[in-house]
Design a protein around this ligand. Structure first.
Ligand SMILES: NC(=O)c1ccc[n+]([C@@H]2O[C@H](COP(=O)([O-])OP(=O)(O)OC[C@H]3O[C@@H](n4cnc5c(N)ncnc54)[C@H](OP(=O)(O)O)[C@@H]3O)[C@@H](O)[C@H]2O)c1
Length: 360
């Protein structure tokens, strides 16, 4: 085993400034385990973690040399050393990792289903991020589809939760749901849920996207209508609507608001894919930020952990099967390729038909 632990670092306030660090593999103490990180996904969601790193606390997960930070990623890792009686070398976990080779954690809760990192620096962060699921007992784990999961699972969980949020709120009396950044995987997961339940809910599904992604979005079949941002005043129906926003561009949201007026019933603000755009949301009427981990805690309390996990796993497996039809996996095997991908994504050069898996 290589003794060097490489990490991809991003300057916390100058996101274009990145470097690769090298250090010794961490040594573990009593109660700790050492993971060898096997593979993880990179999507625009990870860029958003960097954009709101200070505001939401994403830089706190994996502290490194200031003024740099490590962007968290979802993936798999194997335990290669353990000084905790409940964790065995060779066990494989799904969870939240740094863009690096190794992670040491202080085991908090421990059960056959998984473990948590109980380290002090992670104590104030949303519990969903501190949980590592043991693949042996994880109902969402499917070895055959393993490489799709780090891409789809965290995003689809948000899509599923947002769908439940909308449904609980009776879709805010809307006849149609308009989703921005319609080609993003989080948007498509939500459109999939709306389509799947369309007979019961009766909501029209409208996707707003950029011209280069129109064909791709149409071909997925999840949307009843696909409109480009430029054409929204010309083509967007003036029906009672709820917007689910992945883009985070306040100018776009005000254009939709001006076009629909009182017919815009609610805007659920989820994402910031268009991260360099104007962000003046305060005066946007009837709008609220949707933070998936917070809603997850509420839903898990209402439904119980078992039911919630099962429903997410079943719908997620169906969406993953479908995603394998419209998404090709791309593998990155060194830090230089990872760096190139990060910088491309930062500039918005994202091909929605590709799913990036880093395996270094
Ligand atoms: N609030 C929460 O709890 C939560 C949870 C999960 C995800 N999210 C957010 O949901 C968003 C979508 O994430 P994802 O990983 O699903 O995305 P993704 O699949 O990587 O999305 C790619 C699409 O996003 C748009 N895009 C990407 N970069 C852009 C840029 N620089 N400028 C303008 N548009 C850009 C483009 O869509 P179009 O061409 O269609 O516009 C692109 O095809 C992220 O902002 C993520 O953080 C939020």
């Amino acid at each position: 085993m290589s003794k060097t632990n490489k990490n991809f670092l991003v300057h916390k306030t100058e996101l274009n400034n990145t470097k690769i660090s090298e250090s010794e593999t961490p040594e573990i103490q009593d109660g700790e385990v050492l993971f060898k990180i096997d593979k993880y996904a990179m999507t625009t969601n990870n860029i958003t973690y960097a954009v709101v790193g200070h505001k939401i606390g994403y830089w706190q997960f994996f502290p490194t040399e200031e003024p740099y930070g490590i962007v968290p990623v979802w993936g798999y890792a194997d335990v290669i050393e353990s000084k905790h009686e409940g964790v065995t070398v060779g066990e494989r976990f799904y969870g939240y990792f740094p863009m690096g080779n190794f992670l040491k954690i202080q085991v908090g809760k421990c059960s056959p289903f998984g473990i948590t990192d109980g380290s002090a620096h992670r104590a104030d962060l949303a519990p969903i991020y501190n949980n590592y699921s043991n693949t042996k007992a994880d109902i969402s784990y499917n070895q055959e589809m393993e490489d799709y999961a780090p891409i789809i699972r965290p995003l689809f969980t948000t899509s599923f939760l947002n769908y439940q949020f909308l449904k609980t709120g009776k879709f805010f009396e809307a006849e149609q749901i308009i989703i921005t950044s319609a080609s993003s995987k989080t948007a498509m997961g939500l459109a999939f849920m709306l389509k799947k339940n369309q007979e019961e809910d009766g909501k029209k599904i409208v996707g707003l996207t950029s011209p280069r992604n129109v064909e791709f979005v149409k071909n997925t079949g999840y949307y009843d209508e696909v409109i480009t941002y430029d054409d929204l005043e010309k083509n967007l129906n003036q029906k009672d609507s709820t917007v689910v926003d992945m883009a985070g561009n306040s100018k776009l949201l005000f254009r939709i608001n001006d076009h629909l007026g009182e017919k815009l019933k609610f805007s659920s603000l989820i994402g910031l894919t268009d991260w360099t755009s104007e962000k003046e949301f305060k005066t946007l009427p009837r709008s609220k930020f949707f933070f998936a981990p917070a809603f997850a805690q509420q839903l898990f309390k209402e439904w119980g952990v078992e039911k919630a996990n099962k429903e997410i796993a079943v719908a997620g497996a169906e969406f993953t099967q479908e995603a394998s039809q419209w998404m090709d996996l791309v593998y990155l095997n060194d830090f230089e390729s990872l760096s190139k991908l990060y910088h491309e994504m930062l500039q918005g050069k994202v091909d929605p038909s590709k799913g990036n898996i880093v395996k270094i």
